[in-house]
Design a binder for this molecule. Structure first.
Ligand SMILES: Cc1cc2nc3c(=O)[nH]c(=O)nc-3n(C[C@H](O)[C@H](O)[C@H](O)COP(=O)(O)OP(=O)(O)OC[C@H]3O[C@@H](n4cnc5c(N)ncnc54)[C@H](O)[C@@H]3O)c2cc1C
Length: 474
């Protein structure tokens, strides 16, 4: 029997993996394959996998290789052009079929179509399976037959038509071919950073299916019921931190859904709704394939964005002088992850206070997040910038001081990520420039040297943002 190649991409797991289950059930020898083809991540390499996520993938592949070995199988690793490498593996092994999980990012779906065509020319069949999403973006439509652009009606429709089935168990064993194809070593993929950067990433989670399983179990037993109340508190650990695991497919949304529902019943409602935001993000990207680069509201093409690299760098380095923004940017740099509320605050600050194009922010997130996900990132940025379909209006400008006071009332988050401010009294921790000289001296802070003065004045920046918005509207 000729072997079946199972191509792994952002589905680095064995459980609830329909393509792998089907390959195992076929009785044919199974060749699990991962190709590191960085160019393939985007049409013009714009969304080639970011550096932080490469670190995660390195460790996730090690975990996947181990899990496969425990089932008598082996992960074949290749580096290079995906279509050439897959064709070479197929030729070397005599495989007649390639199975993979369907990808919904428009560029990758397009690449899959051409890969399917080129494999078919050499007599190799392709079968694509679900698993990445809970819904098929082509199946959910409005009453008029259009895709959705607003979350709440999408959510209602989702609840009425989508049935979330039980996840599949991991195959117990996988038949091995008589000979394994050539493989490079994980280290040869060159995924680890060359600078000493990633030490803090472990705080975000343990890459791999095992780490993902531990995380969901812990979240369901300890936190999911309090999610609705705690999810906006910046210093608490109230959210699941499942995002890198979901982004790399170390566990499926179906597994998360079922675990939360079984573990917490009705108390899981608010958390499950958030998972549907992920579905919505994919729905929007699938039906608006340019929305990773272009505003969904086309009027925003004319927005007078500022071209200010110095300000962009100040934001990236967490040196804006607004503690909540700077703490969040340092959390991102250190751990590869940022709290959702903080993502909204820093994105608002970049696109409104600094009036820098949301794409510059999306690109920075893409490179520094371990959970970088094209659909979620594009939607999050467009929502924050006001250019998305169901977005926060541009004229609603988050006040970074009030956001800090509301979601980090005792300043614990700020003090954790900006230790220079750790002795500043709570009253001033979100606006240290308001403290008198003696208070600052007692706190050991010299503004402008220990911690920056605000890069912009909030009321003035707000006024300028609204003026720019008016200019766009003509
Ligand atoms: C500017 C901006 C950029 C973002 N970029 C990304 C990104 O690259 N990757 C990413 O996974 N998320 C992104 N998000 C969405 C959200 O911030 C993260 O999914 C969340 O913070 C991850 O933490 P968690 O796993 O603890 O989330 P939880 O609150 O525990 O939620 C569970 C899961 O639901 C999904 N989810 C939750 N909130 C959202 C949301 N608003 N939109 C879409 N899905 C959601 C995620 O898969 C998340 O892991 C972005 C949001 C903003 C505002």
């Amino acid at each position: 029997m000729s072997p079946v190649v199972v191509l792994f991409r952002r589905d680095l797991r064995l459980a609830d993996h329909p393509a792998l289950t089907a390959a195992a059930a076929s009785g044919a020898p199974v060749i699990p394959l991962y190709v590191w083809d960085d160019r393939a991540a985007g049409r013009d390499a714009k969304w080639a996998t970011g550096s932080a996520q490469q670190w995660w993938i390195h460790h996730s592949l090690a975990s996947l290789a181990e899990a496969l070995a425990a089932r008598g199988s082996k992960l074949t690793l290749r580096r290079g052009d995906a279509s050439e490498e897959i064709a070479a593996v197929v030729a070397d092994t005599g495989a007649k079929e390639v199975f993979w999980s369907h990808r919904y990012e428009p560029d990758l779906a397009m690449r899959d179509r051409s890969l399917r065509d080129s494999l078919s020319e050499i007599g190799v069949g392709v079968k694509a399976f679900g698993g990445a999403l809970l819904h098929d973006p082509d199946q959910i439509r409005t009453g008029e037959g259009n895709p959705y652009r607003v979350f709440t009606p999408f959510y209602k429709r989702f609840q009425s038509v989508v049935e979330v089935n039980s996840p599949l168990a991991a195959p117990r064993a996988l038949a091995a071919p008589s000979e394994w194809p050539e493989s490079v070593r994980i280290d040869d993929l060159g995924l680890l950073p060359t600078i000493n950067w990633a030490d803090g990433f472990v705080e975000t989670g343990t890459p791999g299916e095992g780490g993902a399983g531990d995380r969901i179990a812990e979240f369901v037993s300890a936190a999911v019921a309090d999610y609705a109340d705690g999810r906006d508190a910046l210093a608490s650990d109230a959210t699941s931190r499942l995002s890198p695991h979901l982004a790399l497919g170390e566990l499926s949304p179906r597994q998360v859904w079922q675990a939360a529902q079984t573990g917490a019943g009705a108390d899981a409602g608010s958390f499950l709704r958030q998972l549907v935001w992920r579905e919505f993000a994919y729905h929007v990207l699938h039906h608006n394939p340019a929305s990773d680069r272009h505003p969904l509201r086309s009027s925003f093409e004319a927005f007078p964005w500022a071209d200010d690299d110095a300000a962009l760098q100040t934001w990236q380095r967490g040196q804006t002088g607004y503690p909540i923004v700077d703490a969040a940017m340092r959390q991102l740099w250190t751990t590869g992850w940022m709290h959702n509320r903080a993502r909204m605050v820093v994105a608002s600050f970049l696109t409104k206070h600094l009036r820098i194009h949301w794409l510059r922010g999306a690109e920075w997130f893409w490179d520094t997040l371990v959970d970088a996900d094209l659909a979620n990132n594009s939607m999050g940025w467009q929502w924050s910038a006001g250019s998305g379909a169901d977005a926060q209006p541009y004229f609603r400008v988050f006040n970074p001081i009030l956001q800090g006071k509301k979601f980090d009332p005792d300043g614990a988050y700020v003090k954790r990520w900006l230790p220079k401010l750790s002795s500043v009294p709570t009253k001033y921790v979100h606006e240290p420039w308001k403290a008198d000289a003696a208070t600052l001296r007692r706190s050991g802070v010299v503004l402008g040297s220990d911690y920056p003065k605000p890069i912009v004045d909030h009321p003035e920046a707000r006024k300028a943002a609204l003026a720019a918005y008016q200019q766009m509207r003509g």
